[in-house]
Design a protein around this ligand. Sequence first.
Ligand code: GLU
Length: 448
Amino acid sequence: MGSKVRARFAPSPTGFLHIGSLRTALYAFALARHEGGDFILRIEDTDQKREVAGSTQAIQDTLKKFNLLWDEIYVQSERHKTGIYEKAAKKLVEEGHAFYCQCKAKNAKEEGFSNVLRDPCRDKKLSSGAIKLKVPENKVLTYYDFVHKKDISWNTDTVYDATLLKSDGFPTYHLAAMVDDLDMKISHILRGHDWLPSTPIHLLVFEYLGGKRPEIGHLTDILSATTGKKLSKRRDSVFAEQFLQEGYLPEALLNFIMLLGWAPKDNRELFTLSEFVEHFDIQGFQEANPRFLQNKLDWFNGEYIRKLSDESLNSKFKIQNEKFAELTEEKQLQITKLVKDRIAKISDLENIAGFFWKPHKVDKAILGGNSDSHLTDALNIISNIDKWELEELNDKLMAKIKEKGYKIGDFFMDLRVALTGSKFTPPINDSIIILGKDKTINRLKSVL
Ligand code: GLU
């Protein structure tokens, strides 16, 4: 590539970072860094009505958690104060590519929001009001989309006279983003699919502003696996922070979304962020909308959990689970080692190992027919054991099972249910050793 690659992520601070936006940021980051270029963060906050307080900071905090660190940051409301957008809009008016408009649409509070195909003010030569784009008649506008790998065209008879500068002097996205992309020498625009219909407006704005237009690519939509529709805030987890709270590791979530819309030449699946940057290739973008497969995400997360050291997994459990954090350090680490191979997310700890700290409660109906003798024998052995060690416990229990002719599976299931209240736990003998002699005895007695 000739000039330096500069890709930007341009979120509007309207709330938490959406998983689709995280993906856009990741791809823009990789696109830039793969070529040794710059990754630019631009906060698009000129639509102040839609702004949600605190989200400019929240978006940055989230990006940092995923290590998507930017080289430069710009905030449009700050740039607005320099007059850059107003100046650009006025220049377009002077050159005959834009016009002042004083229409008020029904229900619109501001001028210039009538959004009709051909605005009645376009030939009035007004000298104040909102500024709108004077879309030329019968012109074909074309660009090559580097995600979809094809030319996309419109005839201007479908393109409306879009508002560029509102009557309060604030620019719309159609103006601010294009002015900035040129001014910041952006080489690649990578953005959500919802912007595709606005692209002809942007092609005109770029043309009229002059300068080198960036390459443009529109990412696919991420679909819910259950409904086949776009992910929805009401039905699905959609914010990056929600996934972190649910116990997904940032590395795992990032790896999962790398492959939601991009694929390597081989079938490799596991990529750290730097490996992704190294392997990234614009040709790898896929045209079909990907589905968000929860199982796949769980699989990735499990893989990344297994890669953590016991200590580091332990500290993640502590942050996530208050009750776990109250156990002794020694017990914590024992439990961590026991569950490490058996969980998909940090929050699974409560389900799989909660019996260590939750009040002991057993539904006796799920005990087997011989549970009385199973549990009485187990209680005897455990009360009289001299060495509190796994091997010793195994040997003694197995000897008793043999002596009495019990079924191994039934015996341990009763023991498991009596001690934990659940049929699904880590190996029960390991759990007994961690639970400790006194607690084990008390629990057995209370069931008996
Ligand atoms: N501010 C726009 C949004 O959040 C950004 C689109 C773009 O990347 O140009 O949808």
